[in-house]
Design a protein around this ligand. Sequence first.
Ligand SMILES: [Zn+2]
Length: 341
Amino acid sequence: MNRELLETVCNTPGIPGFEDPIQQVVRGVLEPRCDEIRRDRMGNVIGLRRAARPPAGDRPLRAVLAAHADEIGMMVKHIDAEGFVRFEPVGGLNAQAIVSQQVIIHGREPVRGVVVPGRGDKPPDMKDMLIDVGLCSEDVCRRIGVGDVITFAQGLVPLNEKVFMGRNFDDRLGTYCLLEAMNRLGETAVDVYAVSTVQEEKGVRGMPVAAFAIEPDVGLAIDGSVTWGAHIPKHENICAMGGGTGIYLMDGLTIADPRLTRFLFDLCHRHDIRCQPNIGGGTDAAAIQRTGRGALATTIGAPTRYMHSTVQLAHADDIEATVQLLVAFLEHAHELEAIAR
Ligand SMILES: [Zn+2]
């Protein structure tokens, strides 16, 4: 595991629509690994690495990997006469997960604060929540204003030798796996597009634009696999943390082509990569599959407990298995010629 890269990726802010800081990190890592790199009008970063062994005659197949750069967060909505800050969630925030969390408000200068707990036993409604930054209204207004971005302050923490905790493993583990796979990638017979997408958490808004421009033949989104954990029984979420990378058979937006999922399971078998089937939420795979004339698409990724909270858990071996499957997929994607062209 590339610990330094994982830490940088997980500790850099970037909420939907404001992905600049993380996209700069992504671009810096991808650029030396790509023949071309650009940022489109939505903010997606798209790196292209051309096929080193293109097929005779026809153009190489175009294979896309996509991880979303945005993490759920908030935006400053109102600052009252006492200096308390009200906010609007950006992305699917879980109210009980954010109470008592430390946050950073990215204003003219960064301001730290805490999401104030309710007075009773119950967490307050999201609309009644506020952030206390410990400053008077005048000082607050000098540093921040309406529209400023708020991220959680929680950084990457190793819980033990194998399990990490982070605020944004959905989908910074995907970003890490994308970058690390491109770092390790050997020669391919397909054109590889590495895409760091924007605004996935607001309903897959960035990937359609990238897919329209690329016209991929086949693609994988990289995202967290939902997994069982405390309060979530095994029969509900079938992936196990530590059980290998999850291969999505189906999610809320996409039904994977069974020929593609069979190919992925077979690759894992051939390369001794631990994997497990997953039935998930909804990801950028939807846009890869159904933009323009469409493409073969599904999602893979490390099982992640408590997604959309600030204490997401994931296993180092699952992250590594995901990187290995991405590399194997790209190096063998030309074998999909018969079904993907
Ligand atoms: Zn996600």
